[in-house]
Design a protein around this ligand. Structure first.
Ligand code: QAP
Ligand code: CO
Length: 169
């Protein structure tokens, strides 16, 4: 197991579109374990491979209260969305310290593969629905900040760049 470094917004590598997983091998299993360890250590509730600079369609999520229900989604697709939308104050391990309201469909049905390549479907609501949509955006090169006004995006970028400089000093 290993902790992986997390890319920070506005790193241009967060804009890369991830490619589908075709090999369900030990290397994929190790990646999902390392991603889970990195997410739990943060601590966070979701992490996309894009955030650890691996541009494959892999997501780990654990929205359980005791952080003991790890979910792995490989090559996820949203096959159904509710018309109803809900707003949620989202955060992101790549945008530490910032939480902003984002509106998304309240429930989604997801089809994905597990670490062995088996297909499964899952109805997602509440925090899980928010999280899976947020993480799938990462696989498509999108960070939640992009849903905000230009003014808010600029403010967040400026503050994160300033913080990075202070950390280097
Ligand atoms: C995505 O985000 C998410 O700012 C997962 O300082 C978030 O795990 C989906 C975190 C909210 C739905 C709702 C953020 C940790 C963790 C921070 C996370 C921070 C430390 C974010
Ligand atoms: Co994120």
């Amino acid at each position: 197991m290993a902790l992986l470094p997390i890319l920070r917004y506005p790193d241009p590598r967060l804009k890369k579109v991830a490619t589908p997983v075709t090999q369900f091998d030990d290397k994929l299993a190790k990646l999902t374990q390392d991603m889970a360890e990195t997410m739990y250590a943060a601590p966070g509730v979701g992490l996309a491979a894009t955030q650890v600079d691996v541009h494959k369609r892999v997501i780990v999520i654990d929205v359980s209260e005791e952080s003991n229900k790890l979910m792995v989604f490989i090559n996820p697709e949203i096959i159904q969305t509710s018309a109803e939308c809900k707003s949620y104050d989202e955060g992101c391990l790549s945008v530490p310290g910032f939480y902003e309201a984002v509106e998304r469909p309240a429930t989604v049905k997801v089809r994905a593969q597990d670490v062995k390549g088996e297909f499964f479907e899952m109805e997602c609501d509440e925090l899980l629905a928010v999280c899976i949509q947020h993480e799938m955006d990462h696989l498509n090169g999108k960070v939640f900040v992009e849903y905000l006004s230009q003014l808010k995006q600029t403010r967040i970028k400026t503050k994160l760049k300033k913080r990075e400089k202070e950390e280097q000093a």
